[in-house]
Design a protein around this ligand. Structure first.
Ligand SMILES: Cc1cc2nc3c(=O)[nH]c(=O)nc-3n(C[C@H](O)[C@H](O)[C@H](O)COP(=O)(O)OP(=O)(O)OC[C@H]3O[C@@H](n4cnc5c(N)ncnc54)[C@H](O)[C@@H]3O)c2cc1C
Length: 382
């Protein structure tokens, strides 16, 4: 039985506790799904999650607009990640992919959210390019105004849901100023002429991922989110909300690794007694539990701070993401060690966690980038 005591921390309200319990019961019944065909699995997960109402927290309700509840987003990611990494991915991308529309979209643009919240449309967030990942402000993709339209040309890469998405939020250079101030955000439906899948990318924990090509892709000026030149600010605001949730997913993976390890050391005998009686094993378990609790405190501190109305939680979210993802990697590595040969056996749960966690330390701002962000925040405040 996974530790649920954190739900009694003062960060949460009763509605969060009930939600966590109901979602956990749903996951125990429906997950994991078959991952054999990763595109089909993701489509299926989005539709299952949408049909049963679990995608509602990912985006604003256009008929009853209220701010996104970051604690619910985090609880959902933690719970889904504990049961099935691909389910967490399917949920997370509906939120990240539509975050710009939830936060800055017009009522007309927000009509997309009815479909994404119901699992009837799949969303993607297209920021990174072959020559600008960490250095986002250096992006090259152009969106040139042509009467009542924008014409987009260039490439985006590492785009999660690339190949299966129905709508892409694309960040492109509109040239109001050099660097970060000359970027805009646009809504591009996947079936727009000139938008192609240049390459499908395979990674160690498979999920739909692609490099996209834009060859004079024409979208109406009404596809622009916010004002021309707002794109960088919009992207950073979206990441400010969703960055803590990456920490929450890492926490879910780490919690699963800890649970599996406790089970393993309790059941396996070594040198005539359960492994759990060896003090060095207890040391590993203690370190893992400590890292899990410390990560949870940082993740839910960030989520709570945002939900209490903070305009930005740059420092809190960066700390949560950095600590939770780096520590989850260590926790999972210890779990692999405690499982011996089984830990590296293809198909074993801790082997898959070992692959799942790695990319979380790279995307939405690599660990090194989070350190730079934290340093700037704390030195700026001094
Ligand atoms: C599985 C996966 C899914 C992704 N999904 C999406 C998506 O849906 N949408 C999207 O737009 N992008 C996505 N990305 C892209 C991701 O955001 C980038 O890979 C990430 O920002 C790093 O950029 P890069 O790969 O170009 O590496 P680079 O920018 O070349 O950085 C390489 C490394 O340099 C180090 N580094 C960077 N900055 C500093 C610094 N200031 N000081 C010291 N070291 C530093 C970091 O360790 C970093 O990993 C995804 C990536 C992966 C792997």
């Amino acid at each position: 039985m996974p530790d649920r005591s954190f739900l009694h921390w003062p960060f949460f309200e009763d509605r969060h506790r009930q939600f966590a319990e109901q979602l956990d019961a749903w996951c125990a019944k429906k997950l994991p799904v078959d991952h054999h065909d990763v595109d089909a699995a993701c489509r299926n997960l989005v539709s299952m999650l949408g049909r049963d109402g679990w995608l509602k927290p990912t985006a604003l309700d256009p008929d009853k607009p209220e701010p996104l509840d970051v604690r619910t987003l985090c609880i959902t990611r933690e719970t889904l990640a504990r049961h099935d990494g691909l389910a967490d991915f399917a949920f997370a991308m509906q939120g990240l992919g539509t975050g710009a529309i939830s936060l800055f979209g017009t009522p007309e643009q927000q009509r997309w959210l009815e479909k994404t919240r119901a699992g009837q449309a799949i969303a993607a967030f297209a920021l990174s390019e072959p020559r600008s990942g960490s250095d986002v402000a250096n992006m090259e993709m152009a969106a040139v105004r042509d009467g009542d339209f924008y014409l987009l040309s260039g490439e985006k890469t590492w785009i999660s849901n690339g190949g299966i998405a129905d709508v892409y939020i694309v960040f492109a250079r509109t040239g109001e100023a050099p660097g970060a101030k000359g970027i805009s955000a646009l809504i591009v439906p996947a079936d727009t002429k000139g938008l192609g899948i240049a390459e499908r990318l395979e990674v160690i924990a498979p999920h739909p991922l692609a490099r996209l090509s834009f060859d004079n892709v024409r979208v109406p000026a009404s596809a622009l989110i916010g004002k021309p030149g707002d794109g960088f600010r919009i992207a950073m605001s979206v990441l400010d909300v969703f960055r803590s949730t990456v920490g929450a997913a890492a926490l879910g993976f780490a919690r699963r690794a800890l649970d599996e390890s406790i089970k393993r050391v309790s059941e396996r005998n070594l040198f005539g007694a359960p492994m759990a009686e060896l003090q060095m094993v207890q040391g590993h378990i203690a370190d893992m539990a400590l890292d899990v609790d410390a990560a949870a405190l940082l993740v839910y501190r960030a989520a709570w701070t945002k939900d209490m109305g903070a305009a930005r939680v740059t420092r809190e979210a960066a700390m949560a993401k950095l600590f939770a993802t780096d520590k989850a990697q260590e926790v999972i590595d210890k779990a692999v060690q405690l499982h011996g040969g089984d830990g590296v056996r293809k198909g074993h749960i801790v082997e898959s966690l070992y692959r799942e966690i790695r990319a979380l330390r790279i995307y939405e701002g690599a660990s090194d980038v989070q350190k730079v962000v934290i340093a700037r925040q704390v030195m700026g405040a001094a």
